[in-house]
Design a protein around this ligand. Structure first.
Ligand code: MLC
Ligand code: AMP
Length: 472
């Protein structure tokens, strides 16, 4: 059995459109042919790093890697040279797909021009049984560098099938979104889902309200920032009345946005909750209650438990008591690449994954995510950003004596990255912009601080530890 069941189904029509990215369209036959040829070019079976621009070439490279049974490592296209070099080295990628990037010295396979002679043998079809990771997704932690999350084809298939069941997602649907193709939301749910279920994907390149309104789909995916922008654009929102499901995730959907979307579109959005490490574990359903501020029940195969942060006792399922959310299920990751200690730390001794989120659950099994246990993981526009990685880049700058990075509440992005900087001396003009640029260059554009605040000192407790909560 293949992960991409509908795509490789020999009985499916060849000429049907399966993926559209902006103006570029791929039929099923074209995608299969190009992906198989690309896959055949990956001769040594080492991971392939794919510069995940929103383009059909990215789709070809990802699908080609999966069909060839080669781990795919998506690289954010807005990543600076230092982050690109880190991801390539840490993942031990042996091949680079896409336009060249400074500092990448791997052999390059361009998805656009693989020779026809390279047609892959028909028996390589991305079997679910393939050992090892199908995808390695890089994601930030509370400290240190981002970690590579290893997801097997079997886990991805289980995660997608659970969503198909909850959302009644079938080949009769057309999915529309414009999310990045390097994270769970846009890549796994947003690309591999359509190719597994045979529902065409229309990727809008950027997730703007106008583009969502212009596309004709039955299911729309977006992060809360995008839904907030749609809700602030009534003509665009009204165009989504004809959809079947509006789905929000990757960060909390503000209740006000839920209500406004409902008023403008006639739809109560589906909210679902997940993580790179777990895929989607909680969701409301196509045929069930959708409650503003709540993310629903465990999807098929998932179990959850909520334990008190002090002592670990189960908290009552009364919809008010809060505790640390732990999950288990068949869609969870296998581990952090090359980091057995971090992998072990992420799980309890009895095998549950510690999400790091604080949640409550009511007597009906409905969950609400209250926040994160640590202030060191920031969610900005749906992107997960570790304050530690930004702090270490800023501390490298000679004008920075001390720094603390936090996520401040933001009406558009949910949280915005803010850096509180103690300068070595009176900050010169332009230093704030220089520090912002440094993060964009070393890490990614989307990790750059939106605010740089110069302060004389950072709030510390008696032990000298920075008290970030006092900066919020
Ligand atoms: C963009 N811009 C750049 C740039 N990239 N400029 C210079 N250099 C770069 N590298 C410009 C754009 O052209 C634009 O300019 C401006 O910056 C703002 O662009 P934007 O795209 O609107 O960005 P922004 O407002 O910062 O971002 C909002 C957002 C983005 C919602 C589009 O945050 C986003 O795509 N979020 C999705 C994150 C996501 O998919 N997370 C899922 C994680 S998985 P101008 O002039 O055109 O305005 C997960 C699991 C789960 O969490 O549960 O799903
Ligand atoms: P990532 O690893 O980028 O997928 O980020 C995972 C984190 O996003 C989770 O640990 C949550 O903190 C947050 N998250 C995802 N979906 C939701 C949601 N629907 N509501 C609240 N937080 C969410």
């Amino acid at each position: 059995m293949s992960l991409l069941t509908a795509l490789v189904d020999p009985a499916a029509p060849a000429e049907v459109e399966v993926v559209r990215v902006g103006e570029e369209v791929l039929s099923r036959a074209e995608l299969l042919d190009r992906a198989r040829r690309f896959g055949a070019g990956l001769r040594d079976a080492g991971p392939v790093a794919v510069l995940a621009e929103p383009s059909v070439d990215t789709v070809v490279a990802v699908v080609g890697g999966l069909l060839a049974g080669v781990p795919v490592v998506p690289v954010p296209p807005d990543a600076g040279p230092r982050e690109v070099a880190y991801v390539v080295a840490d993942s031990r990628a042996t091949c680079w797909a896409g336009p060249g990037r400074d500092g990448v010295e791997l052999p390059c396979v361009l998805p656009a021009d693989v020779a026809p002679a390279d047609v892959i043998s028909a028996d390589v079809t991305g079997m679910l049984a393939t050992a090892g990771p199908a995808l390695i997704l890089y994601t930030s932690g509370t400290t240190g560098e981002p970690k590579g999350v290893e997801l097997s084809a079997a886990a991805i298939a289980a995660g997608l099938d659970a969503l198909a069941e909850a959302w009644e997602w079938t080949a009769a649907d057309t999915l529309v979104h414009g999310l990045p193709l390097f994270h769970t939301h846009g890549l796994i749910l947003g690309l591999l889902g359509p190719l597994r279920f045979g529902s065409p994907l229309h990727h809008t390149v950027r997730p703007t309200p106008a583009r969502y309104a212009a596309a004709r789909g039955s299911i729309y995916f977006a992060v809360p920032t995008v839904w907030g922008r749609v809700a602030a654009d009534p003509p665009a929102a009204r165009a989504l009345r004809r959809a079947r499901l509006l789905v929000s995730g990757s960060a909390p959907l503000p209740v006000s946005v839920f209500r406004r979307l409902h008023a403008l579109t006639g739809h109560r959005p589906i909210e679902r909750y997940g993580m790179t490490e777990t895929m989607i574990t909680l969701s409301t359903r196509a045929d069930g209650e959708r409650r503003p501020g709540w993310v629903g029940r465990p999807v098929a195969g998932v179990e959850t438990r909520i334990r008190s942060e002090e002592g670990g006792a189960a908290v009552p399922a009364d919809g008010e008591s809060i505790g640390a959310l732990e999950v288990r299920g068949p869609m969870l990751f296998d581990g952090y690449l090359g980091r057995p200690e971090a992998t072990a730390e992420a799980r309890t001794t009895d095998g549950w994954f510690r999400t790091g989120d604080i949640a409550t659950c009511d007597a009906d099994g409905f969950h609400r995510i209250v926040g994160r246990a640590s202030t060191d993981l920031i969610k900005s526009g749906g992107y997960r950003i570790g304050s530690g990685e930004i702090e270490s880049v800023l501390l490298d700058h000679p004008a920075v004596a001390e720094v603390a990075v936090v996520g401040l509440p933001d009406p558009d992005l949910g949280q915005r990255v803010a850096a509180f900087v103690v300068p070595e001396r009176t900050p010169r003009d332009g230093l704030a912009d220089e520090l912002t640029g440094l993060v964009a260059e070393a890490l990614s554009w989307h990790k750059r601080p939106r605010d740089v605040v110069f302060v004389e000192s950072l709030p510390r407790n008696a032990m000298g530890k920075v008290q970030k909560k006092r900066l919020l």
